[in-house]
Design a protein around this ligand. Structure first.
Ligand SMILES: Cc1cc2nc3c(=O)[nH]c(=O)nc-3n(C[C@H](O)[C@H](O)[C@H](O)COP(=O)(O)OP(=O)(O)OC[C@H]3O[C@@H](n4cnc5c(N)ncnc54)[C@H](O)[C@@H]3O)c2cc1C
Ligand code: SF4
Length: 504
C-alpha cells in the first residue's frame, strides 16, 4: 500500500497523485497538528476554517472512493505520522510540493527516520513555473510585475484576442479603477454559510485548546466545503464583479467586502482554482455581464499578482525572511491586537479583522502596512502579525506582501517605491476621516492626524536611502519647498507622536 499525504492547504481535487494512483493502490493521510496550529496566535476563525475545510475535504474524498486516514487533534505531525506508519506500513509516500519553504525538508527527514521514501510531485495550486520564473528573473535588479503579468496573459490566453493583442487594446486598466462610491451606496450582501455539525465540532475544539488565538470565533460565516466556496465565487461573478474595478481601492466604514471577491481564503487552500476563477471572470466579460476594466483587474490579481508573489517568495527564500532595509525596531502598537485607538482608519480596519479574519487589499496596504512603515515598526513583527491575524495568510504570501510590497524592507526588489502615504490618501479613498478624532488636513499640534507628521518624518529620516529613487523625487520636492519652520514643527510633532505611539 502507498500513502498520499495531503497538507491542510492542499485541498484540491487536482492533486497530481490522483493521476498516478487509484483508491485501490493508496490511502490518503491527513493530520491535524496542534503544535503547528500553536506556532503563533492564529485567528480563531482561521483555525476553524482550516480544520473544518480539511474534515470536509476528507469526506469529499471518501465520497469519491478514497480511503482516508484522518488523524484528528494530534499533538504534532510527528505523532500523527508515526501512528499512520505503524498502522499502514506504507512502501512509499506521495506528497505535493508544500507552499512553505523548508517544510518539504522537514517532512523528508520525518519519512527518512521511519525508513519510508517520500516522493514529491509539482504543485497544481499555481499556474506559473518555478524554473521559468527563475530564468526570467536572472540578472534583474528589480522585478516588474507588469512584465511578468503580460507573459502570463500570453501563456494562458486570458483576455488575448486571436491576433495576439490584449482584449480592448490595453494590458492594464488600473488607472480607470480609482473611484469612490457615493454616500449611502447600496453594496450587495455577501452570502453566509451557517456552521454545520463538522464546523461546530471544530469550533468546540478551538474554543477549548486555542483560547488565546487572535480575534472572535463567532459569528463564523465562511464556506468550508468546495461546493459552498464555488457558490460564493459564483455570487461574486453575478453580483460584485462588474463594479470590482471602479471601487477596487475604496474603503468604506462598516463595509467589509465592497466589490472584492474574498476568494483568497479558498484559492490559498485549493478549494478554488485560480486559473479557473480567472477564466470564469473572462467568460462573464465575453457574455456581456461585466465590464472589461473590472475583469482585467481580477485576471491581473489571480494570474499576475498572486503568481508573482508566490514565485518571488521561492526565488528569495530563505534570506527574504530577515530583510530590514530601514533597520526598524519599534514594537507593533497594541491597537493592532485590540483596535483600541482614536485613529479611526486603524480602528475600523482592525475591528473588521477581529470580527471576520479578512480585510481587503487597500486596508492592508494603505492603512495597516502604511502606518507600520512610517512609524518604523520592526518588519518581522509586522509580518508575524499579518500571518496570524488573516484567514488567507500563509508564509509564502505574507512575506513578499508585507516585507516587500508594504514595508519596502527588501530595499525595493518588489516595489518600485515605498507605499508610504499621508492622511490625504486615506481621506480621498475612504470615509474614515469623517468622524475621526484627528484632523486629516493638519500636520502638527493637538488633533493633527499622526499619519501626516509620520509621513514627512519617514521621508526625512530615510532621505539618504530614498532620494536617489526617481519615483520619490516629487515627494522630496514637496518637502524641500515647504517653509523651514513648518518642516521643523512637523518633525518635532512626529517625535512626540512616536514617543506616545501606544496612546494614539
Ligand atoms: C500587507 C499585505 C498583506 C497581505 N497578506 C495576504 C495574505 O496573507 N494572503 C493573501 O492571499 N493575500 C494577501 N495580500 C494580498 C491581497 O491583499 C489579498 O490577496 C486580497 O486582499 C484578498 O482579498 P480578495 O480575495 O477579496 O481579493 P481580490 O481583490 O478579489 O483579488 C482576487 C484574488 O487575487 C489574489 N491576489 C491579489 N493580490 C494578491 C497579492 N498581492 N498576493 C497574493 N494574492 C493576491 C488573491 O488570491 C485574491 O483572492 C496582502 C497584501 C498586503 C498589502
Ligand atoms: S484623520 Fe488620520 S487617523 Fe483619522 S481616519 Fe483619517 S487618516 Fe486615519
Amino acid at each position: 500500500m502507498e500513502t498520499i499525504w495531503i497538507l491542510g492547504d492542499q485541498l484540491t481535487l487536482r492533486h497530481p497523485a490522483f493521476e498516478r494512483l487509484t483508491p485501490r493502490d493508496a490511502v490518503v493521510l491527513m493530520i491535524e497538528s496542534s503544535a503547528h496550529a500553536r506556532r503563533v496566535r492564529y485567528h480563531k476563525q482561521k483555525l476553524v476554517f482550516l480544520f473544518s475545510a480539511m474534515r470536509h475535504y476528507a469526506e469529499e474524498l471518501r465520497g469519491l472512493g478514497w480511503q482516508v486516514d484522518y488523524r484528528r487533534e494530534q499533538p504534532s505531525f510527528e505523532a500523527g505520522f508515526a501512528a499512520h506508519v505503524q498502522q499502514y506500513r506504507p512502501t512509499r509516500i506521495w506528497l505535493m510540493e508544500p507552499t512553505e519553504y523548508g517544510v518539504a525538508d522537514l517532512l523528508q527527514q520525518l519519512a527518512a527516520a521511519w525508513q519510508v521514501t517520500l516522493h514529491q510531485l509539482p504543485t497544481t495550486l499555481f499556474v506559473s513555473d518555478r524554473q521559468a520564473f527563475a530564468a526570467w528573473a536572472r540578472g534583474k535588479k528589480t522585478l516588474v510585475m507588469e512584465h511578468f503579468y503580460r507573459r502570463m496573459r500570453r501563456q494562458t490566453g486570458l483576455l488575448i484576442e486571436p491576433d495576439g493583442e490584449p482584449t480592448g487594446g490595453t494590458w492594464n486598466y488600473d488607472k480607470d479603477n480609482r473611484q469612490v462610491p457615493p454616500p449611502h451606496h447600496p453594496f450587495p450582501p455577501l452570502p453566509r454559510y451557517a456552521p454545520d455539525a463538522i464546523t461546530r465540532e471544530v469550533m468546540d475544539w478551538v474554543r477549548r485548546d486555542f483560547p488565546d488565538g487572535y480575534g472572535h470565533i463567532e459569528p463564523f460565516h465562511w464556506a468550508t466545503t468546495r461546493a459552498d466556496a464555488e457558490h460564493f465565487y459564483r455570487d461574486f461573478l453575478d453580483h460584485r464583479l462588474d463594479l470590482f474595478g471602479p471601487y477596487e481601492d475604496a474603503m468604506v466604514a462598516g463595509q467589509s467586502a465592497l466589490y472584492h471577491s474574498l476568494a483568497s481564503p479558498y484559492v490559498n487552500v485549493g478549494l478554488l482554482d485560480p486559473l479557473e476563477a480567472a477564466r470564469q471572470a473572462e467568460k462573464a466579460y465575453r457574455a456581456g455581464k461585466a465590464r472589461l476594466t473590472s475583469v482585467e483587474g481580477v485576471v491581473r490579481q489571480f494570474i499576475g499578482w498572486r503568481e508573482f508573489i508566490y514565485q518571488l517568495y521561492w526565488l528569495r527564500m530563505p534570506d527574504f525572511a530577515t530583510v530590514n532595509f530601514f533597520g526598524d525596531t519599534r514594537p507593533l502598537p497594541h491597537y493592532y491586537w485590540d483596535a483600541k485607538t482614536h485613529l479611526r482608519c486603524l480602528r475600523e480596519t482592525v475591528t473588521q479583522l477581529i470580527e471576520t479574519g479578512h480585510t481587503h487589499h487597500i486596508q492592508r496596504l494603505m492603512v495597516l502596512g502604511n502606518f507600520a512603515l512610517i512609524a518604523g515598526v520592526n518588519p518581522q513583527e509586522v509580518n508575524t502579525w499579518f500571518w496570524l491575524a488573516y484567514l488567507d495568510a500563509y508564509e509564502w504570501v505574507t512575506l513578499p506582501n508585507v516585507l516587500g510590497m508594504s514595508l519596502y524592507a527588501d530595499g525595493g526588489f518588489l516595489a518600485t517605491k515605498p507605499y508610504a502615504a499621508s492622511a490625504a490618501y486615506i481621506n480621498r479613498m475612504s470615509d474614515y476621516c469623517t468622524g475621526c478624532a484627528y484632523d486629516p488636513k493638519r500636520r502638527h499640534g493637538d488633533g493633527a492626524c499622526p499619519f501626516n507628521s509620520l509621513y514627512w518624518d519617514f521621508l526625512d529620516r530615510h532621505r539618504e536611502k530614498l532620494f536617489p529613487n526617481q519615483r520619490m523625487r516629487m515627494m522630496y520636492a514637496a518637502w524641500d519647498t515647504m517653509r523651514a519652520a513648518e518642516r521643523e514643527a512637523t518633525l518635532a510633532w512626529a517625535q512626540q507622536i512616536l514617543n506616545r505611539l501606544e496612546d494614539l
